[in-house]
Ligand binder design. Structure first.
Ligand code: GDP
Ligand code: MN
Ligand code: MN
Length: 246
């Protein structure tokens, strides 16, 4: 068999239901023998839980804007207020509330979850997932990359996939520009969203329901060097956002 490079993915088993203050780095390292070069993918849900990002809807006082949006989309105005509080910009109000979070990710309901949360509460995304990833990375005994994932829908395509909303120790995008194709032609526009590709594979192994497997480790991937920093499309290069404002 003429096999090329391979990638191993390991689901970490045995993680508890995460509570505010839990030390995710310690938990992971107690359950799994990390090696240098591993890529650890964590569902944003558990990072948010460890960071105490639970909220009660009762604590929100909806503004007139939240009331207005809530009426249009038949949502709880307190939930809409929670979304607005996490957002810099509202891109769509219906058929779903699509906003840009303070840290740059664009997502439905600013990524606020009610599934796998418990206790009738909501769970905000981590305040700054790349900062969370970097902090976690620094507390590991091995030199690993960390990717924080969330399950999201995609424009133009049905179905959700995992995407990276924070990362550390890895370039977000691999820059192929200038590399030569099979026929000697230099590539012009290919930026490959490495962290999203890894996040979607991780999401596939994590599951969405009560699987209880929010952490996946990939081993064997040769990481791109000197790539680019972020998968969040800068607003001045985004051709979709202006269309939504029409
Ligand atoms: P998201 O994609 O970050 O919004 O997270 P999901 O709610 O889709 O959960 C992803 C995976 O993590 C699923 O396997 C869940 O069962 C699991 N999960 C969520 N919270 C916890 C937790 O506190 N502890 C454990 N062990 N698993 C969790
Ligand atoms: Mn989520
Ligand atoms: Mn998910």
């Amino acid at each position: 068999m003429a096999a090329g490079p391979s990638l191993q993915g390991y689901v970490i088993k045995g993680l508890p239901v995460i509570k505010p203050g839990d030390d995710l780095a310690a938990l992971i390292q107690s359950l799994f023998d990390l090696q240098d070069g591993d890529i650890i993918c964590l569902a944003s849900t558990i990072v948010a839980k460890a960071e105490g990002r639970f909220r009660n809807l009762e604590s929100y006082q909806p503004s007139p804007k939240a009331e207005r949006i809530a009426r249009r989309v038949s949502k709880d105005p307190r939930f809409v207020q929670a979304v607005l509080d996490q957002s810099d910009d509202v891109l769509l109000e219906e058929p779903f509330l699509l906003t840009k979070t303070h840290f740059g990710h664009i997502g439905v309901n600013a990524g606020i979850d009610q599934s796998n949360v418990g206790g009738g509460r909501i769970l905000l995304l981590p305040e700054n997932p790349s900062r969370s990833a970097e902090k976690l990375r620094r507390s590991l005994k091995k030199d690993c990359a960390v990717i924080i994932t969330d399950t999201c829908g995609r424009p133009f395509r049905s179905g959700v996939t995992g995407v990276a909303i924070g990362w550390a120790g890895i370039s977000a995008l691999q820059d192929w520009r200038g590399k030569i194709d099979l026929h000697g032609r230099p590539l012009e526009i290919t930026l490959e969203a490495i962290v999203d590709e890894i996040a979607s594979a991780a999401n596939l192994l994590m599951g969405e329901a009560g699987d209880g497997t929010p952490a996946v480790v990939f081993r064997g991937l040769r990481l791109p060097s000197g790539g680019m920093e972020s998968v969040f499309m800068p607003e001045d290069r985004d051709v979709i956002r202006p269309l939504l404002r029409k």
